[in-house]
Every structure is written in C-alpha cells, then in structure tokens.
Design a binder for this molecule. Structure first.
Ligand code: GDP
Length: 424
C-alpha cells in the first residue's frame, strides 16, 4: 500500500485540485478528510471546468473510489448540487465510486444562517467567512450537537435527536440573534429531501478502507485550504475551523493508524489570500491589479478578488515544516511570465531585526517583508513540458525557491490543464 497527502502550504487556492486530478491516475482511492463547502478545488479536464467543493477530485477517474471521511463537514445540500452538476457533464457518480462515511457529521441548514448572522454582528471586525456554515458546524460537532450521516438509517431515533437539537438551537437563534426559530417540519423536510438523496452513498467507510489497505490499495488524501489556515497551526483566528494539515489526514479519513509515505505540498509561484487577517507581503494598487488579472485571482467559491503579493518564503518554509512536505508542486509559474523583475520575500523585519521565523499571529501584524528580486523570463512558458526547455531565469526561480525552502520541487505547473506540467 502507498499513501500520499496533497496539501496546501500557504493560504489555500494553491492549485491542489489540479494536482490531485493529475496524481489520481496513480492511486486507487481518493479521500477528502476535512472542511466542507467553503473552499473550491478547480479542475480542468475533458469534461469541462469544475470548482469542486466537497466531491474528491478523483471523481473524474474511472475505477477510482472517492471517499468523504468522518472529518468533513457533510453539507448534503451543496454535495447534491455538485453531484448533479458533474453528472450533467457526463461523469458517473454512483455508490460504487463515491462513499460517504457514516461517521461524518451533517452540516444542518442553521449552520449557514449562524455563520452569516455572526459575520453581520461583527460588522467591520468580521473574519471574512465564506458563510458556508463551517465554523458553527465544527463548534457543534465538538459540542456533540449535530447528527452523524449513519443516523439516517435509524429514522425514529433520528427524529428524537433532531427534536432535541432543534430545541437548543432555537434558543440561540431567537435569544442571541433575535431571528425566527426553525420549525420541526422545516427541519424534517430538509432531512427527508437531502438525507434521502445522499443515503445510498453512506456506509462504514472505515471498514471499507481497512479492507482495501489490507489488499495493498493505494490512497491519496486530498486536503482543503493550506497550512496557514489550519485551526491549530495557522494564523488564528483567521483560520478555518478544521485541521488542514497532513497529520490530520489519517484521522479525518477513517484510517487513524495509517502512516503517510509522502506529503506533496502545493505552493503557488506568488502569494494569494482570501479574506481577512495579516498578509505580510500584500501588494496594492496597479501592481496588485496586474498580478491579480494575470493569475485570475478571484475566489472559486465567492468570486471575491483575492489579495495578492510576492511569494513569501518565511510563511512557505513554515508551511512546509508543519505539513511535513516530502516534495513540492509549484503552480502558476506561467503567470509570472509578464514580469521583468520578480520580487520574493526572504525574511521579515520584526522589532527592527531580520527574522527567518514565522512569528506568533499577533506579532505577524507588525512584520514587514524584506524583498529580493530575481530576473524574469518574459516569454510564454505555458506550452513547455520539460525542465530542459524552461528558460534559464525560470529554472533559476524554481531552484532559488527550492534552496530557500529546503524541500525538492518535483512538479512545476505551467497551466490549469491536466497535462500542463513539468515533472522533474
Ligand atoms: P485549490 O483550492 O488549491 O485547488 O486552488 P484553486 O481551485 O483556487 O486553483 C487555482 C486556480 O489556478 C484554478 O483556477 C486553476 O485552474 C488554476 N491553475 C492551477 N494551476 C495552474 C497553473 O499552473 N497555471 C495557471 N495559469 N493556472 C493554474
């Protein structure tokens, strides 16, 4: 059995979807182990262009089994919309090749409401949530106040459980936020509609995976977001509410005893960040607009313009360390082709001193970037498929990053399509 996790090294949106889509060819099973409808993995292939939020990116490969593990925020409504979308475009999605853990918790309609209500309450101090209900969902999961997908098979007990949750949740909706309570009928309508649709896919994925591991099948773990958004290791509180790091993959997947053979960290050739929080290398004005336009940096879920800046090597080194990356995939190198000189942040200045260390989140607000510039290559590299054919300045950029970050860059992506890749 071989196992590999594909994870984000920075703020997310690094191009993990395209890497999973590419590498899935070598694996039997692809698993999503955390997060929910809040992030989107963009995949471009023969079926079209997709922003997958919940479906594992292996869904486009025949013969690959895709699993939503116990660690995901199971948003049945969004998942169903995605299943219908990919089916309409000719992709087969059936219970033989999509399996949902019976231990995954359901994201309920009020989680999205509470997310929006809390952001509205915060006003200008909001976290920049995608309002997909993720933070209220994970809070409830850890309070043991939501339901497991497997409960769909026990309708009587489920009704009782939902009635209890409803009583408690309505106290919060009405008492704290002053909005209308949910009725039991509304909640049951939602459960009947979406619960029944996803039920055929729900099973004991832990047992399924253990049996496949025993047969020597290979497994790819697909993470959402990036190290700097991890709940425990990211820029708290501007994190997501789950663990996006590779170490959580076995736990969130249903294979807690599996050790990862490989961790492929995905890094974009420059920095982007969606939402609020410190972003040391941020560019503004014309320079930012040019990079944003060149990279098409608008949120896959929200369409929001992403904040952009040069590659931040301090944050990237930290991301590589907490992810335990064994190799890197550098994406969107083609986007930098317009630049004559390419700035890179090598260190931070903090309290008048230079530092290589990624600091505590509160201190990050005071950090200033120390930049170096490298020569650009000023030609289109999107058609290049071999390392030898890359212009010398592009090779130098890749090698410089590799040296500074301390991890081999095995893949260099020069376009969104599956084959627009250089494997070193
Ligand atoms: P993810 O959440 O990490 O999968 O990242 P996104 O879905 O935001 O993907 C990044 C965006 O860049 C998507 O629109 C991809 O199609 C696109 N993309 C990925 N790799 C490359 C690349 O090497 N070059 C270009 N030009 N676009 C890329």
């Amino acid at each position: 059995m071989k196992s590999c996790a594909i994870v984000g090294i920075n703020w997310g949106d690094e191009g993990k979807g395209r890497m999973v889509d590419l590498l899935t060819e070598d694996y039997d099973i692809v698993i999503r182990y955390q997060g929910g409808g809040n992030a989107g993995h963009t995949v471009v292939n023969k079926y079209g262009k997709f922003a997958l939020h919940l479906l594992p990116s292996g869904i486009f490969h025949d013969g690959v089994v895709n699993v939503l593990g116990n660690g995901v925020a199971l948003d049945a409504e969004n998942l169903w919309a995605e299943i219908e979308d990919v089916r309409q475009k000719g992709v087969c999605v059936d219970p033989a090749h999509l399996k949902i853990s019976d231990r995954a918790s359901l994201l309920l309609p009020w989680h999205r409401d509470l997310d929006a209500l809390e952001e509205a309450r915060l006003g200008s101090r909001q976290y920049g949530s995608t309002k997909q209900g993720i933070a209220p969902f994970y809070s409830d999961k850890y309070q043991k106040k939501t339901v497991l997908a497997g409960e769909l098979f026990y309708p009587d007990e489920l009704r009782e459980h939902l009635a209890e949750l409803l009583e408690w949740k309505n106290l919060i909706l009405t008492g704290v936020y002053g909005v209308n309570p949910y009725t039991f009928e509304e909640l049951m309508d939602w459960i009947v509609t979406y619960g029944e649709r996803i039920k055929p896919f729900v099973c004991d994925t832990g047992a399924f995976l253990r049996s496949r591991v025993a047969e020597g099948k290979s497994i790819l773990f697909e993470s959402q977001l990036g190290a700097l958004r991890d709940l425990d290791y990211g820029i708290y509180p501007y994190t997501t509410s789950s663990n996006a790091i590779a170490a959580f993959a076995p736990i969130g997947s249903g294979l807690p005893s599996v050790r990862l053979d490989e961790v492929v960290g995905v890094v974009k050739a420059y920095s982007t960040c969606v939402g609020e929080g410190p972003f040391v290398c941020e560019l503004f004005g014309e320079e930012a607009n040019r990079l944003r336009e060149a990279g098409g940096e608008y949120g896959a879920k929200t369409g929001r313009p992403r904040r952009v800046g040069p590659l931040d090597l301090v944050a990237t080194r930290y991301g590589v360390q907490v992810q335990g990356a064994t190799a890197l995939a550098l994406t969107k190198l083609d986007v930098l082709s317009y630049m004559e000189k390419i700035p890179v942040c090598t260190q931070y200045e903090l309290d008048g001193k230079r530092s290589d260390v990624f600091p505590f989140p509160t201190a990050l607000k005071e950090a200033k970037p120390i930049l170096e510039t490298l020569n650009g290559w000023r030609c289109d590299i999107s058609g290049i498929r071999s390392w030898e054919k890359l212009p010398a300045a592009a090779k130098r950029y890749v090698e410089y990053l590799e040296e500074r970050v301390g991890c081999p860059i095995r893949y260099v992506s020069v376009g969104p399509e599956r084959d627009a890749i250089i494997i070193r």
